[in-house]
Write a protein that binds this ligand. Sequence first.
Ligand SMILES: CCCCCCCCCC/C=C\CCCCCCC/C=C/C(=O)SCCNC(=O)CCNC(=O)[C@H](O)C(C)(C)COP(=O)(O)OP(=O)(O)OC[C@H]1O[C@@H](n2cnc3c(N)ncnc32)[C@H](O)[C@@H]1OP(=O)(O)O
Ligand SMILES: Cc1cc2nc3c(=O)[nH]c(=O)nc-3n(C[C@H](O)[C@H](O)[C@H](O)COP(=O)(O)OP(=O)(O)OC[C@H]3O[C@@H](n4cnc5c(N)ncnc54)[C@H](O)[C@@H]3O)c2cc1C
Length: 634
Amino acid sequence: MSKEIYENPDLKKERQNCPFNKEEITHLLDGGKEKTIERKQLENYILSDEQLKDAVPMEYLSHADKYAEELRKACLLMHKLADSPAGQVPTLRALMGAGLGSAVLKEGNPLALHYVMFIPALMGQGTIDQQAKWLEKAYNLNMIGTYAQTELGHGTFLRGLETRATYDPKTQEFILESPSLTAYKWWPGSLGKTANYAVVMAQLYTKGKCEGTHPFMVQLRDEETHEPLPGIVNMWLNPVCISSYIHYGTYVKPTNSKLSYATMVFVRVVVCQDVTTNLRKAVTIATRYSCVRRQSELKPGDREPQVMDYQAQQNKLLPPLAATFAFQLAADHLWNLYHTANNNIEQGDLELLPDLHGLSCALKALCSSEAANFVEVCRQSCGGHGYMSCSNFPRIYGQVTAAETYEGENTVLWLQVARYLVKTRKEQSGGLSVKYLIGEEKGPKTVDTTLEGIVKLYRRAAVGLVDVAIAELDKSGRKGEAPHDAWNHAAVYLIKAAQAHARLFVVESFVDSLKEGKLSAPVRTVLSQLCELFIIYWLLERSGDFFLCSNLTKQDLLLLNSKYVELLAAIRPQAVNLVDSFDLRDEVLNSPLGCWDGNVYQRLFDEAAKSPLNQSNVHESFHKYLKPLLKSNL
Ligand SMILES: CCCCCCCCCC/C=C\CCCCCCC/C=C/C(=O)SCCNC(=O)CCNC(=O)[C@H](O)C(C)(C)COP(=O)(O)OP(=O)(O)OC[C@H]1O[C@@H](n2cnc3c(N)ncnc32)[C@H](O)[C@@H]1OP(=O)(O)O
Ligand SMILES: Cc1cc2nc3c(=O)[nH]c(=O)nc-3n(C[C@H](O)[C@H](O)[C@H](O)COP(=O)(O)OP(=O)(O)OC[C@H]3O[C@@H](n4cnc5c(N)ncnc54)[C@H](O)[C@@H]3O)c2cc1C
């Protein structure tokens, strides 16, 4: 007789009479039905492999054992990719997109940098000959690379990197050196124990002149023994300059000095998708748990309610639920822009480079910071159990907060966006992602609180805040301040303007996607509710920006607040059905709180039992330390 599959009765009830087709949303998020089939096949292919499962929870292993265990699984994963029926590269791409990597490699992926930065650097900056020499070797894993840019003393300010690559015309070689302690490469993933090659960013010196930072291919370790090559600690010999700027000893300037920053742009684009995947996991865990958890008393004398029935809990979880759709659609738009810009750049057309830089900085900073805040809210919404390591919130939070710093610290990226916006506004030049700065809203500043009316408010805030920042810069200039001081003294306004720009892009992506998308009526209804909830939520959170730049009144805000709480109530019944549409398997969620069947308490109990401390009633340390203390009559 088939074993009855347990399903928590509350979750079961949540799933009854779903008014929309969950699979339609799954296909939308995957990029189509075929992609969903592909993803599920990959998940089965990988998650069914017993060797990729952890014998004991990773948190109970030593640092060295964690590294060894993750490396074992990563190497096994590579064999599976190579043997994958879909082919290595498509499978790799699917793996990166589905958040599967962290389902298997929970403590970090020793080979991630090889794929996410080392290979993209070769593809984006290597010459044809260099790609012919190294790309196949890299894809075949006959070499493991990393991307070594950040130093102890510099991560943000690339023009301040100290590692030097001096070209010797006699030997036609580059001598790489770390001239000081602060020049030591620090932070590059896999650099410590895994990689045997690195793309090293260094200041290129030739004929006594510094030509700025350039990428160099450096072998770090012997390919057989894995021993560091001689001098690798602070003097690196025989690197090869990646790219083709040295012709017979003469430096040939690239068409744009920032092309050497291209790898970072690629990763910023990837990070938007990655933090969105992590946010989807956190929202799914918190939403299912909030429908299983019953606590306190809503109506005196009644049974304890599901905590999701508290408006306060809906206010915590439904905006991040809406954000997962908003960020996904924006990340898709950014990915498309990246491909268009990259194809153009390969043909020598750099026109879209500033837009790509501006938008990738804006969305990486916005999605990572918002996702980090939302993941923390999801954790808090699960009370004490959300704090447990096995909830998976600590790991998810660590992954999204890291993204606020790596690949360009967010504040620094916001200022890059502001630089681009001020320049564009002043030049009134075209610009893909600042189209609205040119086509700003004309006509009366009255507010209408329809969806279109709210989008117009976002547009006014984005344009208005750039103008406020420019007015601050001009005011400082009139006081005789030097441009760099004026810029520094306007930083608060500049960052607000950049963030308003990023929010407008996300809002317009969401609204436009719903207009263009071929959606069934029920799916359009629920996604439109999420869209309206989200853009009102952000407006209420940043109402100061809108007051500054429009005729928004107290009455308008009260009306929007009422609409917001109405939308919370309207979406509440579909919360579980919406997170079910993400189609995240339990192994990917990796959390007793978020499991599909809602059997939370038994799974929490089972997880606790795995602790080494729970393998005996009295731990040996009692006899060593506690018992003597108890007897010591202090
Ligand atoms: C086992 C199986 C494996 C399976 C597969 C793996 C699975 C993986 C799963 C996970 C997938 C994805 C998750 C993501 C993982 C990512 C890991 C990443 C790890 C982290 C890596 C790093 O952190 S690398 C180091 C990053 N560092 C930075 O970003 C440094 C930031 N600083 C800068 O970029 C520059 O210093 C800065 C831009 C701030 C200033 O540069 P500067 O030269 O000073 O330029 P300015 O003077 O400010 O501006 C001059 C003009 O240049 C323009 N400009 C600047 N930058 C760019 C650019 N990048 N592109 C184009 N243009 C640029 C700027 O706009 C100015 O123009 P203007 O016209 O003169 O105004
Ligand atoms: C998990 C993780 C993985 C990483 N992996 C890699 C890797 O694989 N390869 C690699 O090369 N690097 C890697 N890094 C390093 C990362 O790229 C840097 O830490 C990042 O670029 C920030 O630079 P920083 O550490 O110098 O911070 P700093 O820039 O020193 O930041 C300190 C403070 O200074 C502020 N600040 C700096 N400049 C300005 C400015 N112009 N205006 C206003 N405020 C400013 C910042 O906003 C911040 O508040 C990784 C980092 C992390 C956390």
